[in-house]
Write a protein that binds this ligand. Sequence first.
Ligand code: GTP
Ligand code: MG
Ligand code: NA
Length: 457
Amino acid sequence: AEEVEESLRSPICCIMGHVDSGKTKLLDCIRGTNVQEGEAGGITQQIGATYFPAGNIRERTKELNADAKLKVPGLLVIDTPGHEPFTNLRSRGSNLCDLAILVVDIMRGLEPQTLESLNLLRRRNVKFIVALNKVDRLYGWKKSKNAPLMKTMKQQLGYVVDEFNKRVEQVKTQFQEQGLNSMLNYENREMGETISIIPTSAISGEGIPDLLLLLVQWAQKTMVEKLTYVDKVQCTVLEVKVIEGHGITVDVVLVNGVLREGDQIVVCGSQGPIVTTIRSLLTPYPMNETRVKGTYMAHREVKAAQCIKIAAQGLEHAIAGTALHVIGPNEDMEEAKKNVMEDIESVMKRIDKSGEGVYVQASTLGSLEALLEFLKSSDVKVPVSGIGIGPVHKKDIMKAGIMLEKKEEFATILAFDVKITAEARELADKKGVKIFCDDTIYRLFNKFKSYIEGIKE
Ligand code: GTP
Ligand code: MG
Ligand code: NA
């Protein structure tokens, strides 16, 4: 029987880092799966979640003889993409996790998306540990399958240890340059402000026991308040997807509370609030990922923390990154509708009151917020007169076109990571509305910036 404390929920842990640092492979190593090799081009392009039950964690860490019992029922790990254009997904992951693993390739050190991830985590005040991955690539490294660190370190020859130490020092210096103290986990007894570095290999599994144990022990020691289970449903929409046999589904992360089949739910939609009923609650099997097709378990009810695929009618306009609300028996529907739309309304408030400004369109609420934030803090001070989520349609061109009479240079749409319909493109050309589009926030902004600067000259 699991010695699990009733009151704690599973911590939600996000795995982040630069392209090809080995995030997915590390999870594959823990799961005993091969998700990474099934990815197109070996690239992660979606958020995926995996549930690790306490039993599996105990099994994987038993060699460490950790007497500390597991108080959490498991660990919910969210994999994120490292490729630059997916800032929005990294941001969404870092938004809802309790803690994080920042993966650094020992052969490469800190890279651009390591820094970006680091800054996202710092901004959200999320505590993290560093997995210094690919230690098996050090010249002369002796592999020892799934071994704890101390055991594997003892086996290495002097020159390998020297090379290892040299690289660890380099990484520590790079963190220092970011204003962060870091230390190898077996030297870092306090785990306060100093970040723990855990050397790992996703290929030989070395250091994985240490990584898992540290995550769980650290979470249950320092995050008890955050991890204390509460009944009130706290749930975020991660993705909206079409799944064969289930129609349009939403992947959600249930942080607290219970979801049940037949529950009436309200979700924020781009065309207004969506009220619907949960038709089915699906999860992948434990130790399997949400992204892998055809392996779902159906449930009558699911308790937090868990990642769940919800099938229900009318979800096509649901907005990823917003809250999902369950209507209680005595709850006022109008109130609930108002509440779920608050996520989008707080963004609406950023629209310039003068009515003069550009039109901004993005794929999700999270990425829209990121773009608005970016515009606000940039050196080019540009007001925003309107926003939209999802593909750019004719109606968006019409709205942006209003500026043609007020301030022509603002008759512009900044389209971030969204498609532009052929009709919209045609209408824009006819009316003289400019569309700038890109799937990275930086490039999109630079395109727009050179346009604005061109006008000023
Ligand atoms: P993105 O999701 O695309 O950002 O990449 P990722 O960080 O998930 O890296 P991924 O798991 O796709 O691994 C990238 C490559 O590095 C693959 O070819 C892996 O087999 C390899 N790799 C990952 N971890 C290790 C490791 O510990 N040792 C060695 N030798 N190779 C590794
Ligand atoms: Mg990956
Ligand atoms: Na990859």
